[in-house]
Design a protein around this ligand. Structure first.
Ligand SMILES: [Zn+2]
Length: 376
């Protein structure tokens, strides 16, 4: 039957599309905000059990499954995240006659990343129905990807056997893949001056807002070069209009493909803040956090060649791109898994206009099946 599934023929294709549609509807109905994935994890665990995978859940909530295979090829790891961004409560899907599945509008749809979860599950089913020998597969359904991959920060990578990974978590029609993603660092700068009565003795104060304004003029923003950006996203300061403000705080981010360059810019901002504060008799306080670390997978790598061959066989585009957002592939690369992020048919994610299509869910399942069966 799955031979026909993979070939996409006639009534079998119709049946498979009903299956992916129904499973998608079943899973999006479950509320799964970051760090609130308990119920969806329980449902997915049952589904993985039914597929014959050895499944375990770690303390963070990440689900890890291993499915042995008869094909004497190295295992591959397939991953998608279980959490969805806000507004995440009460997700409701509306199916249109052309096969588009939209959010009813009060919450996100959750195709990011339920589409990925469904495609992985259905892809494995297609392989099993085919009865063909396949390579061993590891499945990783993570928690809290949307909060900068916090879930995988707490995952024990020593149990992972694969050296290659496919993360289903990229916008667009099924059949493209991103080979690289940036480092993303957030930072916070506080300037502490001195409060004084604004009318009686302003000369005794040190105006933190004025010093911050001077500093902001020195921090470059927007595109710093072709592959690096900087943004100041929030500012807070002062208490009352009759008080010289003592404290002003900004928060921002730097992202870029070159990790060292990003870290250099973060260090520059810290230095500029210290110099600017000091020259006005104020103090600066600087904090930063590296949320994700950049990676770049070679277009020549086997993990890419396998994807491209599968796309050719299935009549999918096979385009190679890059993303300026993070995904679980960032921590996977950090732990030595060479991998790419596959487009899984989600559109306008992180908005209440998010949608996917039944066609994409089906094509994504075929692609997953083909990767598992591949001898590349
Ligand atoms: Zn996602």
């Amino acid at each position: 039957m799955a031979e026909a599934f993979l070939a996409g023929s006639g009534g079998v294709e119709e049946q498979a599309k009903v299956q992916v549609r129904d499973e998608f509807l079943e899973l999006v109905e479950i509320d799964a905000p970051s760090w609130g994935e308990g119920e969806i994890a329980e449902r997915l665990q049952k589904k993985l059990d039914a597929l014959g995978a050895e499944v375990r859940q770690d303390e963070a909530g990440n689900l890890y499954g291993y499915l042995p295979g008869e094909l004497k090829r190295p295992p591959i790891l397939l991953s998608a995240h279980m959490d969805t961004v806000e507004p995440s409560k009460g997700k409701q899907a509306v199916i249109e006659p052309d096969g588009i599945i939209r959010s009813a509008g009060d919450a996100v749809l959750g195709a990011d990343c339920v589409a990925g979860l469904v495609e992985i599950l259905q892809g494995i089913r297609l392989v099993q129905h085919s009865g063909r020998p396949h390579r061993p597969v590891e499945i990783l359904f993570s928690v809290a990807e949307e909060t900068y991959c916090e879930g995988l920060d707490r995952f024990d990578f020593s149990q992972v056997k694969s050296r290659e990974s496919y993360v289903l978590d990229l916008t667009g029609k099924v059949g493209s893949a991103a080979l690289k993603a940036p480092t993303l660092v957030s930072f916070q700068v506080s300037i502490r001056g001195r409060a004084a009565h604004a009318g009686m003795e302003p000369e005794k104060g040190i105006n933190a807002i004025a010093i911050m304004a001077e500093l902001l003029g020195k921090i470059p923003q927007g595109h710093l070069d072709a592959e690096t950006t900087c943004n100041i996203g929030t500012i807070e300061g002062g208490q009352m209009i009759n008080i010289v403000p003592e404290l002003c705080t900004i928060r921002g981010e730097v992202r870029g493909y070159d990790h060292e360059r990003v870290m250099g810019i973060v260090a520059d901002i810290e230095r500029l803040a210290a110099e600017t504060a000091e020259s006005s008799g104020a103090r600066s306080d600087f904090k930063y956090k590296v949320h994700i670390h950049s990676y770049a997978t070679s277009a020549e790598a086997d993990v890419v060649a396998r994807f491209q061959q599968s796309c050719r066989e299935l009549g999918l585009g096979g385009e190679l791109t890059e993303t300026f957002g993070g995904s679980d592939q960032n921590p996977l690369s950090q732990h030595g898994l060479q991998g790419i992020v596959l487009s899984n048919g989600m559109y306008k994610m992180h908005t209440t206009e998010e949608y996917t299509t039944i066609e994409d869910l089906w094509q994504g399942s075929r692609l997953v099946a083909s990767l598992i069966l591949s001898e590349v």
